[in-house]
Design a protein around this ligand. Structure first.
Ligand SMILES: Nc1ncnc2c1ncn2[C@@H]1O[C@H](COP(=O)(O)OP(=O)(O)OP(=O)(O)O)[C@@H](O)[C@H]1O
Ligand SMILES: [Mg+2]
Length: 297
């Protein structure tokens, strides 16, 4: 049995004086235990909506989600969640942030202390446990958010653009750290990203979603050995193929008006132009709290 089973879920948002917006329609896929799956797709295609439903924070209109055979009906400690803007509690220290879920679940002080040491070990955050998020760099905040999500030893880690706010130069380094963190925790992952290179570097599987009702355009297996060389021919071929599919996903767009404008502005002429425009558009429309990375510097 697969660890995660998503069965024909649909979600429509209705707002006053606007036609109903079908974000996802009868979306189905499953994830094996231990797999690292990335979701790629244009801004507004429903990636966060899907992840939020996997987290149990929002119900689907129709369809069902099962985790380890159990129907998802609300949030639970079997799912660790890293939000698109990290959402660390700014008034809590690193240690308090990491241990928050264990405190809520009434773990003993001894258990919490032991788990904290394990998590500081795997995240190399020793020495920062008494700092506040604002005192950390963006990369360190990202690590805190990931280990906080790992604290309760979840069955699955749900990551919404975990490196979305990180400078391009830092991203590759942090992708390596993220891979090591996840490997150390031996967890299953579903990660939203808009970075094709990142998805190929980290994932066993990449699912490309269309802007048109979240249709799955492609479910691609990345059968490259780890650790992966971004310079290898096979790596570049995967990036090339997926970039092409993302381009197709844009062209299927018919729902997100805000992003439509930017798609019209995009230079779709060549691959490098396409990827650069795509990244620019994404950082413009993504929900990342822009002030955060500035404040952290
Ligand atoms: N609570 C809501 N009420 C109404 N519309 C919503 C709500 N949440 C999301 N939407 C709309 O649903 C669509 C999908 O949003 P979602 O945040 O899932 O996109 P996304 O793929 O994560 O985009 P991005 O890559 O920019 O983060 C968007 O058009 C968004 O405006
Ligand atoms: Mg999103």
């Amino acid at each position: 049995m697969d660890l995660l089973e998503v069965k024909e879920i649909s979600k429509t948002f209705t707002q006053k004086s606007r036609p109903p917006h079908i974000v996802l329609e009868k979306l189905s896929f499953s994830v094996e235990r231990g797999q690292y799956v990335s979701l790629l797709g244009p801004s507004g295609c429903g990636k966060t909506t899907l992840l939020t439903m996997l987290g149990g924070f929002m119900p689907a209109d129709t369809g069902q989600i099962f985790l380890a055979g159990k129907k998802v009906e609300g949030p639970g400690p079997d799912r660790g969640f890293v939000f698109q803007n990290y959402a660390l509690f700014p008034w809590m220290t690193v240690k308090e942030n990491i241990l928050y879920s264990l405190k809520v679940q009434k773990f003993s002080k001894k258990e919490r202390e032991q788990r904290l040491q394990e998590l500081l070990d795997i995240s190399h955050l020793h020495g920062s446990e008494n700092k506040y998020p604002i005192q950390l760099s963006g990369g360190m905040q990202q690590r805190v958010a990931v280990v906080r999500a790992l604290a309760s030893r979840p069955e699955i880690l749900l990551l919404d653009e975990p490196l979305g706010a990180i400078d391009f130069q830092m991203r590759e380094l942090l992708q390596e750290e993220l891979a090591a963190l996840v490997e150390g925790a031996k967890t299953t992952v579903v990660m939203v990203t808009h970075d094709v290179n990142e998805s190929v570097y980290l994932s066993d599987r990449v699912i490309v979603m269309s802007a048109n009702k979240g249709r799955i355009i492609k479910d691609a297996y990345i059968d490259l050995p780890r650790s992966r060389s971004r310079q290898s021919k096979a790596f570049k071929e995967h990036v090339f193929e997926l970039s092409d599919l993302v381009r197709q996903a844009f062209q299927e767009r018919d729902c997100d008006r805000q992003a439509d404008i930017s798609v019209r502005d995009m230079d779709m002429g060549s691959d490098s132009n396409f990827i650069a425009s795509y990244n620019r558009m994404h950082s413009k429309y993504t929900n990342v709290a822009n002030g955060r990375s500035r404040a952290a510097k």
